[in-house]
Design a protein around this ligand. Structure first.
Ligand SMILES: O=C(O)[C@H]1O[C@H](OP(=O)(O)OP(=O)(O)OC[C@H]2O[C@@H](n3ccc(=O)[nH]c3=O)[C@H](O)[C@@H]2O)[C@H](O)[C@@H](O)[C@@H]1O
Length: 439
């Protein structure tokens, strides 16, 4: 019985352990009948059964515990397809012996979809992982999933906070690499839903790193940090050596926290970790919460768009980076990632720790972005110039990419006009083919 107390207390801390001081009121007391003997025996049997269930020792290996997930159809709030394990194993198989086996988190997201397809196309095995949350239209995420299906990339619907599911996944697939792109993105949304940033970018990241740490073999990790970590840094172009201790948004703060957490896991557990600071990535299959995307939608609808400017009419500019260039940077970072050194959750030697900027090195004012869109859409925008709200935005971003160029061979080659042209073509095709007008 001594063992039972803490277990029961876990389930219902209100249940008292000592004899209950239960005083039946008179109305119930007079109706009370002593139960028949058969009922008493049934209760006793049930009680012993429960006692056996709760007191039986837990499986000695974490793998044993996870095995119980094998036949689970639901994990958290997510629905797993009945044969998800077989599908994941198959999808993770590289075409050649030297190919990677990569887990791509956030695979139904913008960058995740592109990276997963690029990896598959070059012969690597890929398993996608995404929680399909409703931060923006789920229909777009489902459409990206269909695209992944067509490229034979299997995607698990799960949350990176689901430690049991991740543990089970790492048991059945020995991933060589993890491309971690699942995150709560968006700079301004952090004002509305701050906890979602902590949930995904801090808790979720730690849960994933724990799973990687415990995996045998440990995978090498490449993950998406953000240009926003430079915050109020005014030294341009932004170099990886510049200060990143002045975040201007909670989003930036959680990405910066991610970089520090990654360092701790690298230092303690021997995980090989590479962080990539993305600079305003745009392109086909992009994110509807980003300015270039909703500007396109609003220009076509004839709806007013707001163009922010700094104090004294200072220009607001971004180092917009085209998706194909970022994908090349991601793949190069995976290729350059050295192996993790830990095993059995313990560090066996120093492991690689890297951070790279992946930008375009040519900032463009937001007003210029709008004029390019106007030309491509052959429609005049209804513009309203407003002071930049103090909700997390920074005035400008500009990447110094010499480190990524030197160590990854990273060389962005798409200018904003070319990239936006590809985006607009995709946008018109995607929403046009849905037969219902998006504008
Ligand atoms: O590079 C990054 O690290 C970040 O890039 C983007 O953040 P942001 O550059 O702010 O991109 P948008 O939200 O698309 O904004 C682009 C520009 O348009 C401006 N803007 C935005 C909205 C608006 O109504 N008007 C307007 O002028 C913003 O001030 C900003 O200068 C992404 O949303 C982040 O998830 C990402 O991490």
């Amino acid at each position: 019985m001594a063992q039972l107390k803490p277990i029961l207390s876990h389930f219902d801390p209100i249940i008292p352990y000592g004899p209950a001081k239960f005083k039946p009121d008179k109305t119930t007391a007079y109706r009370f009948r002593f139960p028949p003997r058969i009922t008493l025996w049934s209760f006793l049997f049930l009680f012993l059964l429960l006692l056996f269930f709760f007191c039986s020792p837990p499986s000695s290996t974490s793998a044993g515990k996870r095995r119980s997930l094998q036949n689970t159809v639901f994990s958290g709030r997510h629905r797993l397809s009945p044969n998800w394990e077989t599908k994941a194993r198959n999808s993770a198989l590289p075409r050649s012996k030297s190919g990677f086996s990569v887990l791509v988190t956030g695979a139904a997201g913008f960058v995740g979809t592109h990276v997963a397809i690029a990896l598959k196309q070059r012969g690597d095995g890929v398993v996608g992982f995404d929680n399909f949350n409703n931060y923006y239209e789920i229909g777009l995420k489902k459409a990206r999933k269909s695209l992944l299906d067509r490229h034979c990339v299997f995607i698990i619907e799960g949350d990176i906070n689901d430690a049991a599911l991740l543990g089970r996944l790492f048991d059945i697939v020995h991933f060589t690499h993890v491309m971690h792109l699942a995150a709560q993105a968006g700079v301004r949304y952090a004002m509305h839903n701050p906890s979602s940033y902590i949930h995904s970018n801090v808790n979720g990241f730690v849960t994933l790193l724990e799973a990687c740490k415990n995996a045998n073999p440990q995978p090498s990790i490449v993950w998406a940090s953000s240009s926003s970590v430079y915050g109020l840094n005014s030294k341009v172009p932004f170099s990886e050596k510049d200060r990143t201790d002045q975040p201007a948004s909670l989003y930036a703060a959680t990405k910066k926290a991610g970089e520090e957490i990654a360092h701790a896991y690298n230092h303690i557990h021997g995980l090989s970790i590479t962080g990539l600071r993305f600079f305003t990535v745009y392109g086909p299959w992009g994110r509807p919460d980003m300015a270039y995307y909703f500007f396109t939608k609003d220009i076509l609808r004839g709806k007013e768009i707001k163009i922010f400017e700094g104090a004294n009419h200072a220009t607001v500019a971004r180092d917009f980076t085209y998706i194909d260039d970022v994908v090349k940077g991601c793949l190069a970072a995976l290729d350059a990632a050295k192996k993790s050194t830990g095993s059995g959750g313990k560090k066996r030697g120093d492991a690689q720790f890297k951070i790279y900027n992946l930008g375009n090195t040519s900032p463009v004012p937001v007003a210029k972005l709008v004029s390019i869109l106007e030309k491509l859409l052959k429609t005049k925008a209804k513009k309203k110039v407003l002071p930049m709200p103090t909700n997390g935005d920074v005035l400008f971003t500009h990447a110094n990419i010499s480190l990524a160029a030197k160590e990854l061979g990273y060389k962005p080659s798409t200018d904003l006009v070319t990239g936006l042209q590809k985006f607009v073509e995709w946008y018109l095709g995607y929403y046009g083919s849905k037969k219902k007008s998006a504008w």
